[in-house]
Design a protein around this ligand. Sequence first.
Ligand SMILES: Nc1ncnc2c1ncn2[C@@H]1O[C@H](COP(=O)(O)OP(=O)(O)OP(=O)(O)O)[C@@H](O)[C@H]1O
Length: 232
Amino acid sequence: MAYSNQPLIKIEDLHYAYPRRGNVLNAVNFALYEGERVVINGDNGAGKTTLLHLIVGLKKAKRGQVFGFGQACHSEKEFNQLRAKAGLLFQDPDDQLFCPTVLEDVMFGPLNLGFNKQQAIDKSIKILKKLGMEGFESRITHQLSGGEKRMVTLATVLVMEPQVLILDEPTNALDEKAKARLLNVLLALPQAMIIISHDKLFSAQLATRNMNLENGFLTEQTNTGQQHKEVV
Ligand SMILES: Nc1ncnc2c1ncn2[C@@H]1O[C@H](COP(=O)(O)OP(=O)(O)OP(=O)(O)O)[C@@H](O)[C@H]1O
């Protein structure tokens, strides 16, 4: 299948500063295309999480522009439309999981979209099964292990059928086995992705493109040689 030349997500000349911290991002430009898995690395405090939050409109840029699926995003309504198609996995799963049980957490999004209870249950069970989390439906969310919570947060995002996945340090607190499982799950997904990761091996296996954020500038690194995935 041919890839579209239209970027799914585009950022132009993005600047951001925190009070007392000063400039975190300086004239950041970036575009994500279908089939890409772009890994962004950079030192602690470089501004990677800030960049992801700007992309989905959780923070507003002081200067510059975010485009989601061809649409310039200014208003909350426009960022809502972007977020409906671009799912963000937070760095800390506890920021994302707030219902008593796993099934309720995964159902929350579809119910919010207007699916009825049975439809939301069916969609949620299907996605949990896909992630190897069958049987976890009635487990208490806050009692899960770090790796299990990570998979549930991924389920809460994937159940919304996003076109783009935005993952903030998804391997945090995962052991090697859980990391390998997550890697296999991500490699099998058709979505374009932006991934922040400090994990060199994980990044090398996942990335179709590597970028580095340093001193507020986002620069391209040498290509990993990974092939773009076929989008079906
Ligand atoms: N609300 C805030 N107020 C002031 N400074 C902030 C705020 N949030 C973040 N910062 C600072 O902005 C900088 C960028 O933070 P950010 O979390 O985006 O970095 P990061 O690259 O994701 O770091 P890490 O790899 O450690 O997660 C850091 O110096 C941080 O201390």
